[in-house]
Design a protein around this ligand. Structure first.
Ligand SMILES: C[S@@+](CC[C@H](N)C(=O)[O-])C[C@H]1O[C@@H](n2cnc3c(N)ncnc32)[C@H](O)[C@@H]1O
Length: 275
């Protein structure tokens, strides 16, 4: 049973600063629980109730095939949110389990299940402590889930490696690390680098009580690769989706203007080292 969600509190300050790992960890679940409705009001139509979209550039698994052939595979989604990607897989007969640390996000998925007429298995779980046996999945993935919101993403990779069979595939998308150097702004202002790419201090929002309400972590491309290799993965591809012609959606700092000049998403396609 997850712990009770703290009372909502508004942010008094925001910026880049180190905070205790334990404070950021608590913030992850509480923020997404409290903001599930707002997130889905803003992005739900773009994501679709049962569609598999990797990123604001609109790259779809149906076109990209980054998971490979999942016929007969057991698939795990972490940081699934309302489980749209898993629902898309389930609607194609794939055996999939969608997990997320925030019950509020998964709960929204129940309504989508009803609308889509699909039952998607949903499990509340921190991606760093998955309630599954060793080597119980063939494929694991997340679209922007979990990794940016934990101080210790190496733990996510190690846990995913544990539940994957040797040779199993692990694919995840995150904000392209280069974006950290730029303001998160879809306009011209977002085109000028203002921060060191190498500054790993997280972006945090802090409430009047001093509680960390939101934390988002930056890793350079090299950091991601080091964490993956350290957890026993082999990097097969690094996909940097280009902004498609005619795609005019704006999602936070992602826009046609910036997409024409800068990568916005990095997708790591990896597999667990056999043996
Ligand atoms: C940007 S949303 C992405 C959700 C979904 N994949 C999508 O594309 O809409 C990030 C998700 O990561 C989840 N998350 C944050 N920290 C997590 C953790 N430690 N373990 C599992 N999920 C986590 C949040 O609850 C949230 O649902």
């Amino acid at each position: 049973m997850p712990a009770a969600t703290p009372e909502p509190e508004s942010a008094e300050s925001a910026g880049y600063q180190d905070v205790e790992d334990s404070a950021a960890t608590g913030a992850g679940r509480a923020w997404w629980d409290a903001n599930a409705g707002e997130y889905l009001d803003e992005h739900g139509a773009f994501l679709g109730p049962a569609d598999f979209v990797w990123c604001p550039e609109g790259l779809r698994e149906a076109d990209a095939g980054l998971l490979g052939d999942v016929t007969g595979a057991r698939v795990l989604e972490i940081g699934a949110g309302a489980a749209q990607c898993s629902r898309w897989l389930a609607s194609r007969g794939v055996e999939v389990v969608a997990t997320d640390v925030a019950e509020g996000m998964l709960h929204a998925g129940l309504g989508y299940d009803e609308a889509a007429g699909v039952r998607t298995p949903l499990v509340v779980a921190d991606a760093r402590e998955l309630p599954f046996p060793d080597a119980s999945f063939d494929v694991a993935f997340t679209a922007y889930g979990a990794i940016p919101f934990v101080p210790d993403a190496d733990r996510v990779h190690r846990e995913v490696a544990r539940v994957l069979r040797p040779g199993g595939r692990w694919v995840f998308s995150v904000t392209h690390p280069i974006r950290w150097a730029f303001p998160d702004d879809p306009s011209e202002r977002g085109l000028t680098a203002v921060r060191p790419y190498f500054d790993r201090r997280p972006y945090v929002e802090i409430g009047g009580s001093g509680r960390v309400l939101y934390a988002e972590y930056h890793r350079t491309l090299g950091d991601h690769v080091a964490e993956l290799v350290g957890a026993g993965f082999v990097l097969d591809r690094l996909v940097e989706p280009e902004w498609p012609e005619g795609h005019d959606a704006v999602w936070g700092g992602w826009s046609p203007l910036r997409g024409a000049l800068l990568p916005g998403t990095a997708i790591f396609v990896t597999h667990r080292r056999p043996g």
